[in-house]
Write a protein that binds this ligand. Structure first.
Ligand code: WT7
Length: 637
């Protein structure tokens, strides 16, 4: 593969950026020529942000897996597409070449077909980080089924909510997953979820942990048995379904400030082009290099920069089953040395957690293969940035700080490794085609440099969210209605004197815990489901490792035991309803919550108290009962 669209200098970036904004259709039309199409598009872009209605490459026909697999077979067929490192360092790693991956995807696509999956059907994938997860994703794309991957840490209730919302009739899962010292009983969680989802027709189960599981006749089948059936059928190839550019590729659920998680929809062509373009440019990928993105495929980062972006670029993508701290805090560095990794892309929370172990885990690690480092998911503090730079990159590797979202599909603001300048804790400059703008609360544009504001984007880029599954109005009100004719990100940001962007964090009621997005309303609902809880209010507070921690103020009447046990019960309830990632870090029992006369909780005050800032709480005169603030301030955890 060669990448004629790879930007090679800062000057070129400036030039390309200018063109991309002046003539987005010409710009993206040129880039799209580097992909495999069954039929060329008629029109590059049609859009309005009022409905919203965004269509890229209308009339074009393609299949993303022909771009990720077929087109590489001739030249890269024997090159590794996926390298997989298991949880246990003593087990064998696996290398899957492009040819092998192509065969496996075709085989499993046939398994899906044999089990009744058709174009447009929704397939939920709930698996650990094993190559079969990527294979299942690609097999869906091959036959035009819409995948919806659910992170292995979500509870049965969360899965049931998503299955119902997506009306997914098919599930691909594993018996269990290995993560560090733990075995996660995935199939058993699915069984619990399915009590509320009788419409699910088939569950395909891959064997990973060989933990005993129930297999219901007529509904549950083993992956391995189904592969044998395909093998006995003879021809194992599977023609790719011809997809419209704007056909749905996948749904991925993510939290917002209200209600249940929404299903963000991405479509085939625009998503493919943007993830490939940003992968090649941000990391400055060179053919033959090994790219290690440590995210889970259950999140957008894994979709875009483990699976689709790298594979479409013909890259080698390293997938890791385990966690950074098991069997010890040197695991990432062992993997880097074992496979001579060139690009390491991880989250600030992982860096901060590893930083906490000191330099011992780095003893004897070489790390000289590293060329580029990346971060994603949350703001990176300067201390972590410098530790990453000095101790991992040895001051020789550019660090790209990539700001983006589930809804944006790919990186929106980031430096290009070694090409455009880096600045600690700044995502720096927009990608070509991306036009950020700041507005104040009233939607008035804040122009110039050395300013801050609510971050919006002015015109569509190819992988912008198209809709929220089953509820287009929700997409409009969430992202396109706050400020007319702009996409609102939900983030606040600063622009420095040189026009470099620094993302400061969410300005809505969304938390970012260890780089994972969690809605305060969702956590409150889960807490309120605990028997004895009358009401609760959840806010974020600065947490040394997680970035943000979850602080819950709870009115509780169920005291039959001590407070600590009650806290543990509430935490268990949240883990049961949402998943362990949403467990509150701190629970404070209170008698009342600070509310305005109209009944709105004043979170600003609760946030300040959670941050330990007991003075300067601002104006409390509008409170119904200012006395509650004193009670909360004096309260214990
Ligand atoms: C939110 C999106 C992007 C994939 C992983 C998270 C925050 C993301 C950065 C960054 C500061 C960042 C934002 C954004 N965020 N990257 N480089 N610097 N903040 O995807 O779950 O959709 O969350 O993560 O607040 O809105 P997500």
């Amino acid at each position: 593969m060669s990448y004629p669209y790879q930007i090679k200098s800062y000057d070129e970036y400036k030039e390309v950026y200018k063109k991309s904004i002046q003539d987005p259709e010409g710009f993206w039309g040129d880039i799209a020529k580097n992909f495999a199409w069954r039929k060329k598009w008629d029109k590059v872009l049609e859009w309005n942000f009022s409905e919203p209605n965004v269509k890229w490459f209308q009339g074009g026909k393609l299949n993303i897996t022909e771009n990720c697999l077929d087109r590489h077979l001739e030249k890269l067929g024997d090159k590794p597409a996926i390298i997989w490192e298991p949880n246990n360092p003593e087990d064998h790693s696996r290398t899957i070449t492009y040819k092998q991956l192509y065969n496996k995807v075709c085989q499993f696509a046939n398994v899906l077909k044999n089990n009744g999956v058709k174009k447009g059907d929704r397939v939920c994938i709930y698996m650990g980080m094993i190559p079969e997860l990527a294979i299942a994703v690609l097999a869906c794309a091959r036959i035009g089924a819409i995948h919806s991957v659910i992170f292995g840490g979500f509870s049965a209730q969360s899965i049931a909510d998503r299955l119902q919302d997506a009306k997914a009739e098919f599930i691909v899962t594993c018996d269990g997953a290995f993560r560090g010292a733990k075995d996660i009983p995935l199939k058993s969680v699915i069984d619990d979820a399915l009590i509320a989802c009788p419409f699910v027709k088939k569950v395909i189960v891959y064997t990973r942990t060989r933990t005993p599981i129930s297999m219901i006749k007529g509904r549950d089948v083993w992956w391995e048995d189904e592969i044998l059936k395909v093998e006995s059928q003879g021809d194992q190839t599977c023609d790719a379904e011809e997809m419209d550019a704007e056909d749905m590729l996948f749904i991925l659920y993510t939290s917002g400030s209200t209600g249940k998680p929404k299903g963000v929809v991405h479509t085939c062509a625009g998503y493919m082009i943007y993830t490939t373009y940003t992968f090649v440019n941000v990391f400055q990928y060179k053919p033959g290099e090994i790219h290690f993105c440590t995210a889970d495929i259950g999140w957008i980062t894994g979709h875009s920069y483990i699976v689709y972006g790298p594979l479409s670029a013909g890259a080698t993508s390293l997938m890791f089953e385990g966690i950074p701290t098991w069997p010890d805090a040197g695991r990432f560095w062992d993997i880097v040395d074992k496979f001579r990794v060139n690009i390491l892309y991880t989250a600030p929370t992982a860096i901060r957690s590893l930083m906490g172990f000191g330099l011992d885990p780095l003893k004897g690690k070489n790390l000289s293969s590293l060329r580029v480092l990346g971060t994603v998911g949350e703001p990176i503090n300067e201390e972590a940035w410098h530790w990453y730079d000095e101790h991992i990159g040895k001051k020789k590797c550019p660090i790209v700080d990539t700001w983006w979202q589930t809804e944006t599909g790919g990186t929106m603001i980031s430096n290009l490794a070694g090409i455009t300048p880096a600045k600690p804790s700044f995502a720096t400059l927009p990608m070509p085609g991306v036009e950020p703008i700041f507005v104040d609360e009233n939607g008035k544009e804040i122009e110039g440099n050395s300013v801050g504001g609510n971050l919006c984007i002015k015109q569509p880029w190819p992988s912008i969210i198209r809709t929220t599954y089953g509820d287009h109005e929700r997409c409009r009100t969430n992202y396109f209605a706050t400020y007319p004719n702009l996409y609102f990100t939900g983030d606040g940001a600063l622009r420095d004197e040189n026009g470099f962007y620094r993302i400061t964090g969410r300005v809505d009621d969304v938390l970012n815990v260890s780089g994972h997005r969690i809605g305060t309303a969702e956590v409150e609902n889960a807490i309120n489901m605990h028997s004895g809880v009358v009401e609760s209010a959840v806010v974020g507070y600065p947490h040394d490792i997680k970035g943000q921690g979850i602080y819950a103020y709870v009115i509780y009447t169920g005291h039959h035991s001590d407070d600590d046990l009650a806290r543990k019960d509430i935490s268990a309830t949240v883990a049961r309803i949402i998943g362990p990632i949403a467990r509150p870090d701190k629970i404070q029992f209170v008698k009342g919550l600070p509310k305005t006369r109209s009944g709105k909780i004043m979170r600003r005050i609760l946030r300040k108290i959670a941050e330990g800032e007991l003075k300067n709480l601002g104006d409390t005169t509008t409170l119904l009962d200012p006395g509650v603030v004193e009670e909360i301030k004096g309260g214990k955890l």
